[in-house]
Ligand binder design. Sequence first.
Ligand code: NM2
Length: 506
Amino acid sequence: MNDDKKIDWISFYTCIALILVICVPLAVLPGKGGAVLESIYKFIANEFGIVYLLASVSCIGLLVWLACSRFGHIRLASDDAPPEFSTLNWIAMLFCSGIGAGLLFWCVIEWSYYYSAPPFGVTPRTNEAAEWASTYGIFHWGFTAWAFYCLPSIAIAYPYYVKKIPWLRFSNSCNRFLRGRELGVLSRFIDFWLMIAIIAGAGSALAFCTPMISACLAWLFGLEYGFWLDLVVIGLSVLIFGTSVWLGLKKGMKTLSDLTLVLGLLLLLYVLFAGPTDFLLRTSLNSVGLMLQNFVRMNFWTDPFARSGFVENWTIFYWAWWLSYSPFVGLFVTRISRGRSIREVIIGMLVFGTLGCAVFYMVFGNYSMHLELTGQVPVTEIVTTQGGNHAIVAVLEQLPVPWMVITVFTLVALTLSATTYDAAAQALASSLTLRLKEGEDPARWLRVFWALAIGILPATLMYVGGIKVVQTGILVASLPILVICVVMTVAFLKDLHDDHPEMPRG
Ligand code: NM2
């Protein structure tokens, strides 16, 4: 094996041991493990919820300041070489790395939850509730959420490219405080936690998406929807992203991301024009206005008097979910952003990331809402009685040539989740590789190993504990990430000021 790609065996085995320590008790005592996790969820959401809200606001504020500041034009590269990937490829990859098929699941049905239990004390199932319902999903996948991805990306990329730390690990971001102890307990703890967050986050994606893809396949091929079909779907996803990981970044992930982008755009255009175009455009424009006008309110809303649970159940859960993905997305974005400036990364992620998610919500979410409001499909009822997957199929079925729509929808879901796992496997593999030169991929076997491990482990967890366990896991896993993110931000800002004391304004 190439000596430059030496594996950090201690971390490797400790990571595996950690996964077993978490999974085995849950597998053996599913009920008990689930109950413990559930009470932890409540405790964190109630006691620390406000910290997540504060973090999100600070994160977005900091990024806007950074993009406008003299530091914005700092290039993330150690030489003058042009960016490694074209801007379009780069945007496609950064979108696809952090967004999985969960987007497709939630964008079709999320509004229905808000319509029946709206925020701000609005009366359920009214026109006002519908306006908020079509807006809140965009907010939960919008600027604030992407800020959680963006800050770690820059904080990891800066030490890697500018300070030339020769490996690409999550703990790099705190290197200022860990210098000389790169393989010490604290550094290793940070890198282990990346693992835990990936397992929790990836589990969530699998938990939501596998049944959705199964339901689509069951409809397409007239199969019986059930456990075995879910297993086939997991196998299929693992096969796709395992192959992509094996092929490497340029042949695998890049191709898959481009394919996802094209298929996704075609699907959106089809629904926009084959569906009620006028309604979709009106509701979308209205939501943009409503969100922009209430952006501050939505970010700062703690619901202090009514305590309806909306903030804890939705906003805090979402922020935790984005946070749990943020380390691996940060590592992956670092890997693909050589030659980009800090400003470009911020704009690329906040603007294009938000835009990408928003169009799915605007087109699919509002289309689905239209079906309910016109009495064609009782989406809310199907969601509560049969589950989101059936509601999604019932919505897609209404479009002209439904088999084509459902086929493309399933393909986009498969490729989107494959790209997310691909990025996660890359991040894990690079975290366990000592000395990784700029532009280099970690060893192939290690990437494939993690691709299989993160496909199989969350699947086991999911069937042992169910979605609730996975959701709870996300919140638990995200709390230490929140602390690490604060430390990394302080380290990053101190480094910036030390390295660029008197730069002219740019
Ligand atoms: N986030 C973006 O399947 C997915 O879309 C996973 C979920 C963290 C809310 C990503």
